[in-house]
Structure formats: C-alpha cells, structure tokens
Design a protein around this ligand. Structure first.
Ligand code: NAD
Length: 492
C-alpha cells in the first residue's frame, strides 16, 4: 500500500498528528493508499509557506512570461504522466477509465491555456475627468488562495482553480476531498518537478472540519475557491465572510434537459444518456430532470430505456466500461435512500431502482441506471440533487410550460435544449436561468469558456479569460503631471 505525505513549502512532510487514513478503491472495496490526516497545525504551516512564497521575490518578481513558462512545463509533465495520473484518480473515485483518461489530457490543455494568458493581464489608461493627472489601472494577484475540491473529478476541478490562480501570480494551498487525495498529491509532485518555487503550490489532505475549516478561517488567506455540495459551500461562504475573503463557489445542480417535439430524437436520446448516466450521474452538471413534450413522451422513453439497457456496467478500469461504481459508500447509501424516497412520493420507477450485486460488480457499490416517470416538479426527487444515475422524467405542454418547469428549482448550473427550431432555441437560451446552456448537445466543457452557476449553484466563473479576473484585484494609480493649485481643504 502506498503511503503519501503532505506537500508544504516544497517539501514532503508527515502530518503533525502522525495519523493517516485509508483511501478505498470503490470497485474492489480495498484500501490502496494511506493519506495524511492533516489538521489545524498543518493548515497553519501550509498557509505560512504560501504567504511567505507570495512575498518572496523569487515568485513575486517573476514576469508573466516566466510564470507562463512554468505553467507550460507543468502541462508537459502532466501530458507525460497521463497514464499514471489517470490510474491514480480512477483507483480513488472509480470513474470509468475512458472518461478519466480524456479528462486528464484536458487538464494539461487548461495549464497551456492559462500559461498563454499569464503575460496578457493588461491594465488600462483611463481618460480621467481631472486636469493634469495620469490615471492607470493595473491588476495584481490576491495573495494566498485556498482551493477546496470534491471527489468526482479531483484533477480537473482543482486545475480549474490552480491554472488561473498561478497564471495571475497567486500562491496556493490545495485541500482535496478526503476520498480522493492521491491524484492531487501526484499533481503537487509534478508542480515541484516543473520548478515552481517552494511554497507556491502546497497540498494538504484531511477531513473538511479538521483541516478545511482552519484553512478557511486563516486571516492570511485572501480567497477561497471551493467546489462541492451546497451545505459545504454555505459553511465556507459564511466563514469566509468573517474577514471579507473573496470566494468562488461551484456547487450543485438539478439541471433540466428539455426535448421539444421537433428535436432530432436520436441525438436527444444520446444527450439524455450522457446527461445523467455519464460518470454514473456523479457530476454537478448532470441533466437530472428530463423534460419531454407530451407528444413525444412515450416514444422517447421507449428509445431511451432500450439504449440504457445496452450500457456496459462494471469494472471502471476497463476502457469499454460505460457505467462504473459509486465513488463512496456514503454516496451509494444516499442514492439508494433517495430512490426509496422517490417511490414513496409516488414517482413510477420504469428502469432500475435498485443496487447491482454479483459477478462483474466488484464489492457491490453499483446502482442500476434508474428512470422515474410521473414525476411532479414539486416532489423532492425533482428538486434535490441525487448525484447518481437517477433520472426524473417530467412532461410539458408547450414552450412556456417547459421554461417554467425548468426554472422552478433553486439551482441554476446548466440546462439542455433539443430542438431544430432556431427561434425556439434562442428564446429558450434567453429565458433559462442557468450558467451554461447546451443546444443540441449536453455536458461539453472547455477551458476557453466560463462555467459556473446561477442561483444556489454558485458564485463566480471558472474557465476562459473571465476566470483569471477572479484571481486578480484592480489598483487605480493617480499620477500628478503638474503641481496642484486647488484648495487643499476641498476634495479634488
Ligand atoms: P462536499 O461539499 O462534501 O466536499 C467538498 C470539499 O469541501 C471536500 O474537500 C471537503 O473536505 C471540504 N469541506 C466540506 N465541508 C467543509 C467546511 N465546512 N470547510 C472547509 N472545507 C469543507 O462535496 P462532495 O460530496 O465532495 O462533492 C459533491 C458535491 O460537489 C455535489 O453537490 C456536486 O454538485 C458538487 N460539485 C460541483 C461542481 C461544480 O463545478 N459546480 C463540480 C463537481 C461537484
């Protein structure tokens, strides 16, 4: 079994408690790695190192071009280590290899993209409305950024924070999910190898209340970039408000995937599947509410069920596997509880609705792809995030009805529309309350465009040129070009 250590100030070290916990492989149920159980003392050491590194000329005086070169070197190392990173991440969270290996390659692209942006953080000269003054605005990094991430896509979701934060000149303390720490400790190793100065990238592991909370409370931290559940996000936001830290929150979703009667149904069936059964539904952007027009409801369902029955479910390490196990025992129990809740609420289970056990299903942490019909939008199963392979199907009468149902939820992360009518597509895009809208596709992401939530799905955006602004602050500079003759007792 591999034993990992904390990365603080450019060195590998043991946690102050001298305690470790085990990381469990979801498919086999076996412990495969020992992860340091960090706590307040480790959080303090990591923030101290990041704070010192932020002021150290070795990092602070690097040009954007030089920061870009470091990020590019890290991207190259990630590309050279795709198989290792993918294997480690896949062992930790049980996501099918076909998806994990693609995701790790994208991680390298994110670093390349922000490497390119590092020396394009341009300020502006302001045509100020005062005589004899030259005013310009420059953008400066915030300081120490704490990145707290969940277990479903640890490398990708951390990179969404790490790449723009470093490109902007901040320093970082990364706190992975207690379930999936190993891939981020490996990423920390590559950052060291790439040549980032000591303390610029720190990785500390442990449980939310034990090490996450002290990190969020630390007054030397300038910003918290958090991805996780609504409850964790609220706790982090409230704690960060105590000393006015900046936050980015990427939280949950209950995203509508709307199929109009004029849609290309074959494509829409594929989109419905990738929306909810890709990654076994363990994704924030899951299209967990499928809205079907009355006239196509029955025919669409028939095709959808037939296609899902063909899914290859099993060992996530095999490239051909399409649906893997649930990443954690707690999440598996939660999904099964929510399936029972939906049945008790009166929804009709037309597919799955149970766990899968026996040969090919490892230690049994599998949930069958599940579809509920006769769902009303005010049922808890239609309003609460399951984070598993559970689809709610709702009917609608017309466009206005579809948009009303789609928006009638406290989340606003994403939405899908399937139609061949351009006017309908544009109108729906305008009226949907979501940070991402996919038209005739679902679940695409890219480093070139912003991603984030409306309403309870979060604050701020990750990706694209917009994300780098989340890690910068503006400084307005006033330079007198002539002696000032105005009355000094009156505001200039
Ligand atoms: P979680 O909120 O339980 O944990 C996320 C991280 O926060 C973990 O590292 C955890 O240790 C830490 N944490 C928890 N409470 C904390 C606290 N009080 N202070 C500091 N740190 C704390 O989430 P999870 O179960 O790991 O992940 C699943 C959730 O993440 C889902 O709700 C999902 O929708 C969301 N998610 C959102 C996005 C997005 O981009 N919007 C992406 C993936 C996952």
């Amino acid at each position: 079994m591999k034993t990992y250590r904390l990365l603080i100030d450019g060195r590998w070290c043991d946690p102050a408690s001298d305690e470790w916990f085990e990381s469990i492989e979801p498919y086999s149920g076996k412990a495969w790695a020992r992860i340091p159980r960090g706590a307040a003392e480790d959080a303090d050491r990591a923030v101290e190192a990041a704070d010192r590194a932020f002021r150290n000329p070795e990092w602070a005086r690097l040009t954007g071009t030089a920061r870009g070169a470091l990020l590019r070197r890290l991207a190259d190392l990630i590309e050279a280590n795709v198989d290792l990173l993918g294997a480690v991440e896949q062992r930790d969270n049980g996501k099918p290899m076909a998806e994990v290996s693609g995701q790790v390659r994208t991680v390298a692209q994110w670093f390349h993209y922000y490497a390119g942006l590092a020396d394009k953080i341009e300020g502006s000269v302001v045509p100020i409305n005062k005589p004899d003054v030259f005013n310009y605005v420059k953008y400066e990094p915030l300081g120490v950024v704490v990145a707290i991430t969940p277990w479903n896509s640890p490398l990708a979701l951390t990179t969404w924070k790490m790449a723009p934060a470093l490109a902007a000149g901040n320093t970082l303390v990364i706190k992975p999910s207690e379930y999936t720490s190993a891939s981020l400790l490996e990423l920390g190793r590559l950052a060291l190898e790439a040549g980032f100065p000591a303390g610029v990238v720190n990785v500390v592991t442990g449980y939310g209340p034990e090490i996450g909370e002290p990190l969020v409370a630390d007054q030397r931290v300038a910003k918290i970039a958090f991805t996780g559940g609504e409850a964790g996000g609220r706790a982090v936001n409230l704690a960060a408000a105590a000393d006015f830290k900046a936050v980015t929150l990427e939280l949950g979703g209950k995203s509508p995937n709307i199929v109009f009667d004029d849609a290309d149904l074959e494509q829409a069936v594929k989109g419905a599947i990738s929306g909810i059964f890709g990654a076994s539904g363990q994704t924030c952007m899951a299209g967990s509410r499928l809205l079907l027009h009355d006239s196509i409801h029955d025919a669409f369902l028939e095709r959808l069920i037939a296609a899902v029955r063909e899914a290859r479910i099993g060992d996530p390490a095999l490239m051909e596997t399409q649906i893997g196990p649930i990443a954690t025992r707690a999440q598996y129990d939660k999904i099964l509880r929510m399936i029972e809740m939906a049945k008790a609420e009166g929804a009709t289970c037309v597919l799955g609705g149970h766990s899968l056990e026996g040969p090919g299903y490892g230690q049994g942490q599998f949930v069958a792809p599940t579809i509920f019909t006769d769902v009303r939008n005010d049922m808890r199963i239609a309003q609460e995030e399951v984070f598993g392979p559970v689809l709610c199907v709702l009917r609608f009468k017309d466009e206005a009805d579809a948009i009303r149902i789609a928006n009638d939820v406290r989340y606003g992360l994403a939405a899908g529309i399937w139609t061949q009518n351009l006017r309908r597509a544009f109108d729906s895009v305008d009226r949907l309350e979501a940070g991402t809208v996919w038209v005739n596709n679902y679940r695409a992401t890219s480093f070139t465009t912003p991603f984030g939530g409306y309403k309870h799905s979060g604050i701020g955006r990750e990706g694209g040129t917009e994300a780098i602004r989340e890690y910068l602050q503006a400084k307005s500079v006033w330079i007198s070009t002539r002696p000032n003759r105005a009355n000094p007792f009156v505001l200039g």
